[in-house]
Design a protein around this ligand. Structure first.
Ligand code: GDP
Ligand code: GDP
Length: 433
């Protein structure tokens, strides 16, 4: 993982247009390979061989105009805390506004790389107009047009220069990230897990002391806990901001192999928990769902079975995920949680020998071949698992474009039925042979 880039700016400057252009350029490539799902506010892009995550911070802000003014401070604050580089977007059509000046004032104090992006520079006349943005006191700017793409290359050249290089982990230890909303019990869980008072636990969200990746040797397992501080760093940001938990989770998730997604049993698997879940899924990370504070739940009103069922409805079709009911404060099933995370880690690394894969899958496919489309029959000839960090399977066939999602899901389910891929997203794609 090579860096997080946040796009900040007031509404209507063109942040989402820019974001979509960046993501689509890549999606076009990625989609063909692995069928990655789209997200409106978070995506991956790359330039000159360097990959980075792009976050459209504005995409998370909803509300009326005066809400925007307050939200924009939070956007910028979060971007400063979490991103490796910040793109501050302004609009040449509108010129400098008061809100732009406010953001610029915040950014001038920041040490991280900041790129002032003057958008909507669609033609040469507007290039001249852009000069006024020197007045923001942020130095040089990058004029571009998110609509026609001109100028984006220059920006990206400069951007990738300041982004960190891909980290190659020194050791092959599983990397676990504990993620979830504020107050889900993440620090309590880690505390229970490592059995020392390394972390201060309080009732107030986000007061936990900073920490970086730490290596543990507990219960006979060795693993690294990833960037928990990124999730729990002290911040003035209001805890119920959807953006908060998502952005805080991005880095931890990207750095991990397996995410332990904690939720407060009394609050449920709500929209914000779901966002974090899909973020992990889209990043192809292993997932273990930990329903925490189970000690607080009246067992008469909600059984494990019903609770599990409800979560599965929400995470469908990716339901092959372990769901455990724990209590961090009572240290209930803490060991089981780590044991399960290690299993999921192993599942994610699982490689099925080609021979075994074909011996099993070809007869299944013969029994239930892909449905014919426009009178054409798809013939799948062989299957292979790719040498990637998470399970990806290529099915070689005559007419890859005719195989639709329901059939791909059927293939995935068959693979899951015969091999243990619990907790692990997988990609199925068709290739021409
Ligand atoms: P956001 O609120 O910052 O995410 O802004 P949007 O991406 O929704 O864009 C706001 C408006 O500006 C839309 O009508 C876009 O079509 C328009 N827009 C965005 N980029 C450009 C550009 O490069 N040139 C022009 N002329 N318009 C643009
Ligand atoms: P974080 O923000 O996700 O790190 O959450 P904390 O670990 O700070 O926990 C938030 C609050 O929930 C604290 O008051 C904890 O004592 C409480 N808490 C955490 N885990 C449990 C649990 O398993 N059961 C109960 N009853 N309370 C818990």
């Amino acid at each position: 993982m090579a860096g997080i880039v946040a796009v900040v700016g007031r509404p209507n400057v063109g942040k989402s247009t820019f974001f979509n252009r960046m993501i689509q350029r890549r999606e076009a490539i990625v989609d063909a390979v692995s069928g990655v799902t789209r997200d409106r506010h978070y995506g991956k892009s790359d330039w000159a061989g360097k990959e980075f995550s792009l976050i459209d911070t504005g995409g998370y802000v909803v509300g009326s105009d005066d809400v925007f003014e307050k939200e924009i401070d939070k956007q910028v604050e979060l971007a400063i805390a979490e991103a490796d580089a910040i793109l501050f977007m302004v609009d040449v059509e509108a010129g400098i506004t008061g809100m732009d000046e406010d953001v610029a004032r915040l950014l001038r104090k920041v040490e991280k790389p900041i790129f002032l992006v003057v958008n909507k520079v669609d033609n040469a006349a507007r290039l001249e107009d852009a000069v006024e943005f020197y007045n923001l006191g942020l130095g040089d700017y990058y004029p571009l047009s998110s609509i026609n793409g001109s100028g984006t290359g220059e920006l990206l050249d400069a951007l990738v220069k300041v982004l960190p290089d891909e980290e190659i982990p020194e050791e092959n230890l599983p990397r676990f990230a504990v993620v979830g909303r504020p107050n889900a019990g993440k620090s309590s869980f880690i505390n229970a897990l490592i059995g020392e008072d390394r972390y201060i636990v309080t009732d107030i969200a986000g007061t936990t002391r900073d920490s970086i990746d730490t290596r543990y040797n507990r219960f006979g397992f060795e693993f690294n806990l990833v960037d928990t501080a990124g999730i729990r760093r002290k911040s003035k940001v209001k805890e119920d901001l959807e953006f908060y938990s998502v952005m805080r989770s991005v880095r931890a998730i990207e750095h991990s192999d397996v995410c332990l997604l904690l939720l407060d049993a009394t609050r449920g698997f709500d929209g914000q928990v779901q966002n974090i879940f899909w973020l992990a899924e889209r990043n192809n990370k292993g997932i273990v769902i930990l329903v925490n504070k189970w000690d607080k739940v009246e067992k008469e009103t909600a059984s494990v079975k019903e609770y599990t069922q409800k979560i599965k409805e929400v995470i469908a079709p990716f339901t092959d995920v372990p769901i455990l009911f724990i209590s961090a404060t009572n240290k209930q099933r803490i060991y089981k949680a780590i044991e399960t995370a290690v299993e999921v880690y192993n599942n994610r690394s699982r490689r099925i020998p080609t021979r075994k894969l074909n011996d099993l899958m070809l007869p299944i496919i013969e029994n239930r071949p892909p449905p014919a489309t426009k009178g054409k029959y798809v013939k799948i000839k062989f299957i292979t698992q790719l040498p990637t960090p998470y399970p990806q399977f290529a099915f070689f066939c005559n007419l890859p474009q005719y195989v639709k999602d329901p059939y791909k899901r059927f293939l995935e389910n068959q693979l899951r039925k015969h091999f243990d891929f619990t907790g692990v997203p997988m990609s199925i794609f068709m290739r021409k042979k």
